[in-house]
Design a protein around this ligand. Structure first.
Ligand code: ZN
Ligand code: ZN
Length: 141
């Protein structure tokens, strides 16, 4: 589950971090819509309300939210770095035709690291990307 805007704002305030209107708009965008956003998409969305919002504001805000653990970064999953409104462990499905990115539960992939390699590889999390066709694309001619 993604965090509510209120939760995120409380977390920021607890750390003495100020919430400018632009930052608040980014937080609201992620918490209202959930999903996976590139910095460019977030900027486009926020710029409608705040024409002076800059790429730098977006980057510094998502970096801050990522450091706080309220969003997660998905490195180059479908071409570009995306920010995931849901920081909890989960996996992803990418449509090979339309590029649509969706959350799928980790229970789809019941995997574990073999015990004998555990002392060598300290695995903190898995990132699995299932690739295929989404429902719309699989029904298209
Ligand atoms: Zn598709
Ligand atoms: Zn996700």
């Amino acid at each position: 589950m993604h965090r509510s805007a209120e939760e995120i704002e409380i977390l920021l305030r607890e750390r003495g971090l100020s919430l400018t209107p632009q930052r608040r708009a980014i937080v609201r965008c992620l918490s209202d819509h959930g999903g996976h956003w590139t910095a460019a998409e977030l900027l486009e969305r926020v710029a409608g309300e705040f024409p002076l919002a800059s790429r730098a504001t977006v980057y510094s805000t998502v970096a801050l939210l990522r450091d706080l653990g309220v969003i997660a970064a998905l490195p180059a999953l479908s071409g570009e770095l995306r920010f995931d409104a849901d920081p909890e462990p989960h996996q992803h499905f990418v449509c090979l035709r339309c590029g649509r990115l969706e959350d799928v539960p980790s229970s789809w992939f019941p995997i574990s690291v073999p015990e004998e390699v555990a002392p060598t590889f300290h695995v903190h999390r898995y990132r699995i990307v299932a690739e295929g066709l989404c429902q719309t694309c699989s029904q298209a001619p």
